[in-house]
Design a protein around this ligand. Sequence first.
Ligand code: ADE
Length: 245
Amino acid sequence: MRIETVSVFPQMFDVPMSLSIIGRAREKGLLSFAAHDLRDWTGDRHRTVDDEPYGGGQGQLMMVQPVFEALDDLLAHEPATVVFFTPAGEPFSHAIATELSKQSRLVLVCGRYEGFDERVYTRADRCISLGDYVLTGGELAAMVVTDAICRLLPGVLGDELSNVEESFADGLLEFPQYTRPSVYRDLAVPSILLSGDHQKIAEWRRKQSILKTAQIRPDLLERASLSNDEWSIARAALKDYNGRA
Ligand code: ADE
C-alpha cells in the first residue's frame, strides 16, 4: 500500500514514519510513504496557502487553489482515495481503518489554521475526524490514521492473531492482560490465567471483555455480536454500574 500526505509541515512525519512498526513495514516494502509540501503548489513568491474568510471571521483559511493543483498532479497518473482531516468529518474507527487498509493508494490532505475553503471537499472521497476536539492541524490525525492502517496490513504484525483478539476487532474492548511477575506488591494476576486451562481462560477473557465494555464503553455493546448468555452478563453489569452511578 502507498500512503501520501499533503501538508505545510511535511517534516512532521519524518520521525513517526521511520521508527518501530511503521519503519519496519516500510523497510519490508509493505508500506510506502511520502510527505508532500503543499507550498510546492503555490504560485506566488511567499508560497501562500492561506487567506482571510469571505464574510469576515476569525483567522485564516486554507486556499482552494494549492489543494486542487496538488491533487491534479498527484492523481494525474494513478488513482487514489483522497481523505481530508477535519473535525467535521466522520469519526475515525477500527471499521474505517479496516476499509482504508484495503485501498492500494491513499492521499491524506492535512489542513492548518481555521480549516479549508469549503470547495476543497469536492475533491474528497472521505472526510475524517479524530474526535470532538480541535487540533492545530491535520498532520497528527494523518499520523494516527496511517498508524492504525499500517498495523492492519498483511505481514506487518508478526502474530496475525493479535489483530483478531484486539479491542474493537469484535466490537468489544480488549480483556485485561498481565505478564510476570504473578504478584507485584499486593497485586496478584487472576489465578485462572496461571491455571493452564485454555478453555477456561478463553471463557474468562470473553467475559472480562464484556464486563469492561459495559463499564467503559456501553455504547459499543449495541453493535457487538453477543450470544443470549453474554447479553445477560452485559445487562447485569450495566444494571450494576448504573445502580452505583
Ligand atoms: N483538524 C483539526 N481538528 C481535527 C480533528 N479533531 N480531527 C481531524 N482533523 C482535525
